[in-house]
Design a protein around this ligand. Structure first.
Ligand code: ZN
Length: 145
């Protein structure tokens, strides 16, 4: 499959969000479909495993460094983000909450950027819109929390 035209990757969004947008844009379905087409293990990618992230960046031609900055590595007992060890509950690899107004401003679903900041446990409000974040009703890929 051709991944062109490509969508720009935003440093504020999670890598999972980007994978989801790309997949919606090219296949009309969530990230799982694109990852499958690329031969990338969804669970490994969701957990931020390096080999899966590397394979993804090669396939979609974005810098590995950018992807790593936006990816949360989840282990059985903990997690790490930007080389810092964190507790799993401190930062969710997918945004567990979101600002509906931000997403409306983003436009169509393939432009919906789930911000990294929404995954931090202590972040409960959107400063831009002065509203409470909404709990995400579903997870688009994977089953890990
Ligand atoms: Zn907002």
């Amino acid at each position: 499959m051709s991944l062109w035209p490509n969508l720009p990757f935003h440093p504020e969004e999670t890598l999972l969000s980007y994978a989801d947008r790309l997949s919606v844009f090219h296949t009309g379905r969530g990230a799982e479909r694109l990852l499958k087409d690329l031969g990338i293990n969804t669970e490994h990618f969701t957990a931020g495993r390096e080999e899966a992230v590397v394979a993804f960046t090669r396939a979609v031609e974005i810098p590995l460094k950018d992807a790593q900055q936006s990816s949360i590595r989840v282990f059985s007992r903990g997690a790490s983000f930007r080389d810092e060890n964190i507790s799993k509950s401190f930062l969710s690899p997918r945004a567990a909450r979101y600002c509906p107004y931000c997403l409306v401003e983003d436009g169509p679903r393939s432009d919906h950027r789930f911000r990294l900041i929404w995954g931090f446990r202590h972040v409960v409000r959107c400063d831009r819109h002065s509203c409470r974040l909404v709990v995400a009703p579903h997870v688009s890929i994977g089953r890990q929390s």
